[in-house]
Design a protein around this ligand. Structure first.
Ligand code: C2G
Length: 445
């Protein structure tokens, strides 16, 4: 952090006695809501410090595709004429350190953050200010005409986190839903109490496609293929759950998406996490020597088959698809438990998928020269521990990703669509087909 601007006198005595107020924000596309917030914050004391989030910190906290860069956002705050000092917010936990370091008396922030900064109350007064209604950076981006409208084609009242996650990706707006079932539609459009509070239930899938720029197909596996096909045929890009029923279905759709130059992106949020990329590149670079085994456990997140496909995705990213032989052992007692075993000429992987409440999720990768551990929800990993050489102490690699990961996939989708591509380089259609072939060989479809 560095002071960028000093309006007030530098007289130390004056500085010592005055009441300092601090506030933070991204201040993307600076607007009247930001201006009013700064005015009211300033009025709470004699000296206003404004923390503007760095581009990296916004990415880390999952605020993606912010339109203005840090220099532009700082400039906008400076031009408001309200800040006595501007600092840059670069990391989680900085607020507390700033409050102490700058001798701050009041921390003020919009009431969309109500309750979240109460912990600062030990060091200064915490005030949540009413937000200005009817204006937001999101609204302005929309007015600029570059919003991507997203519709949901679904058969379940669970949105797979799309609605919440889309809020963090600027340039994208979830408009509405089509579902055959009235109760499902109601969950999406029946107002805030029933669920997602979307504007619109479309009368049919065709209208949904016409009125949106991108469709999320979130349906049972047996219906995914036809639904995604209808979207592409209606001329719109699609995000669809992974996997399809058969490799043939995937082949068909990938060909159609190429032919029509429309993006088809399979929903595997793990594929889009920075931490996962780093893990894969480090393993391929020999971080643990030669990989001997992968062991992982995960709950049946809604569907055993979809959970197995996710595990297969992770395992094959580590050990490859070519030489994989797969089989599944299904155990059924009071709780269901599937075990999927991948054998390779020089390595093996075991994935345990269960709906038992006692399952301990995690992943361990054992190599000739080291080991990687990912405790907990590895499919949403934001760190891993690498044990190598003589040292018993692991090194920790992390990216502080936020949320269930869908937002990173959405941000990539926005890019792929803007560039007019049919697929993302992160999970290409070709790689996905290889994985489908593995799943088919192991009778996992
Ligand atoms: N704000 C407002 N009225 C609006 C829009 C925003 O009062 N119509 C306020 C927000 O509540 C916030 C400030 O303006 O206090 C900046 O908003 P953003 O740029 O959206 O920043 P935000 O993501 O809220 O970051 O560490 C960062 C902070 O936690 C806040």
């Amino acid at each position: 952090m560095f002071p960028i601007l000093h309006h007030e006198s530098n007289d130390m005595l004056y500085l010592f006695h005055m009441k300092k107020v601090i506030t933070y924000g991204t201040f993307d596309m600076f607007h009247v809501g930001h201006q009013r917030l700064l005015e009211r914050a300033k009025a709470l004391g004699d000296y206003l410090i404004v923390g503007v989030t760095s581009d990296g910190f916004d990415r880390e906290r999952g605020k993606l595709n912010v339109r203005d860069n840090l220099a532009q956002r700082i400039d906008a705050v400076r031009q408001s004429g309200l800040a006595d000092e501007i600092i840059v917010e670069e990391y989680q936990g900085q607020k507390l350190s700033d409050v102490v370091k700058h001798g701050v008396s009041v921390f003020a922030i919009g009431n969309d953050w109500r309750g979240q900064f109460d912990y600062l109350g030990k060091y200064c007064e915490v005030i949540y200010l009413e937000r200005t209604k009817g204006v937001s950076s999101t609204g302005l981006r929309k007015a600029n005409g570059r919003m991507l409208r997203v519709g949901i084609l679904t058969d379940t009242a669970d949105d797979a986190d799309l609605v919440g996650e889309a809020n963090f990706v600027s340039g994208i707006e979830v408009t509405g839903v089509y579902a055959e079932d009235e109760a499902v539609r109601h969950a999406f459009v029946g107002g805030a109490e029933t669920g997602y509070d979307l504007q619109k239930a479309y009368p049919d899938a065709k209208t949904l496609c016409e009125e949106n720029d991108l469709v999320f197909v979130h349906r049972r596996r047996r219906d995914r293929y036809l639904a995604a096909k209808a979207v592409l045929e209606a001329g719109k890009p699609v995000i669809v759950d992974f996997p399809f029923n058969k490799p043939g279905e995937a082949r068909d759709l990938f060909a159609l998406s190429r032919e029509k130059d429309l993006a088809l992106i399979e929903r595997v949020p793990l594929a889009y996490l920075n931490t996962f990329h780093q893990l894969i590149w480090m393993l391929h670079g020999g971080a643990v020597g030669q990989v001997l085994s992968v062991e992982c456990a995960l709950p049946a997140l809604g569907s055993f088959r979809d959970a197995e496909a996710l595990a297969a995705f992770a395992v094959t990213r580590i050990l490859g698809t070519e030489q994989a032989e797969v089989r599944r052992l299904a155990l059924r007692s009071r709780a269901r438990c599937d075990r999927v075993i991948f054998s390779y000429p020089d390595a093996a992987a075991t994935c345990t998928i269960s709906d038992s409440a006692w399952l301990t999720p995690g992943m361990t990768i054992l190599g000739t020269d080291g080991r990687v551990d990912i405790p907990g929800a590895w499919w949403n990993m934001n760190y891993f521990r690498l044990y190598e050489g003589e040292s018993a102490e692991p090194r920790r690699y992390s990216f502080n990703t936020e949320g269930p990961g869908f937002r990173y996939l959405l941000a990539e989708a926005v890019k792929v669509i803007a560039e007019g591509r049919a697929e993302s380089g992160v999970l290409t259609h070709e790689k996905s087909l290889h994985l489908m072939d593995v799943l088919a060989r192991g009778d996992l479809l």
